[in-house]
Design a protein around this ligand. Structure first.
Ligand code: COA
Length: 169
């Protein structure tokens, strides 16, 4: 399998916030955004791997800005790092001003997907080669995030999380 770049998985989903998708103060309901992000990230993971993909973990979500009813929301998802069978997908979420059309960053999120065969067994995926400075930063940090996620899921012993530990030493 030849290596790919993050831009080959780039997935942009733009949609509006409608009544019924909001909380009692008329901002987008957090669970609705999580589901939209899951779909966008799943498409990015599928574009990278060309396989069936399943969500293995939601590593990070920051709801920095409320997203009001009627907003136009854009989710930009890209695979930031590919491991053996798993991929980290990094998402930037933007809202668009109606009058100026200017986009403001509202949130960020990081999900992990695993490529699987028809029986749900993990399968190998292509490597990824980051190109831009931002892609390179996200690529490097993804290993620490994977280790943290595995430690929290009790799938890795804290003493084996070498790169993660190095942050605190
Ligand atoms: C995700 C899943 C396929 C992993 O299967 P598994 O038997 O644990 O397989 P492995 O231990 O070999 O892990 C496969 C990969 O996932 C990674 N992984 C597993 N759990 C993880 C977690 N919590 N965080 C980050 N990575 C994780 C492993 O590190 C491994 O990565 P690598 O091969 O790139 O090194 C399996 O747990 C599953 O099917 N979960 C349900 C998925 C699902 O239904 N999602 C929708 C939620 S409703």
């Amino acid at each position: 399998m030849s290596p790919k770049t993050p831009k080959e998985s780039r997935t942009v989903v733009t949609d509006m916030v409608l009544p019924g998708e909001t909380n009692p103060i008329n901002n987008l309901f957090g669970g609705e955004l999580l589901a939209r992000m899951d779909r966008a990230a799943g498409i990015a993971a599928r574009r990278h791997s060309r396989r069936i993909v399943v969500t293995a973990a939601v590593n990070h979500v920051s709801f920095n800005r409320a997203i009001p009813l009627g907003s136009v929301v854009t989710i930009e998802a890209k695979v930031s790092r590919a491991f053996k069978t798993s991929m980290e997908v990094f998402m930037d979420i933007w809202i668009e001003d109606r009058e100026s059309g200017l986009k403001t960053k509202a949130n960020e999120a990081i999900y992990t997907f695993v490529a699987v065969d028809e029986t749900g067994r993990p399968v190998g995926i292509p490597e990824i080669t980051p190109e831009t400075d931002l892609e390179k930063d996200r690529f490097v940090a993804a290993l620490r995030r994977k280790q943290l996620s595995l430690v929290l899921a009790k799938k890795m012993r804290p003493e084996d999380a070498t790169e993660l530990k190095a942050l605190f030493e």
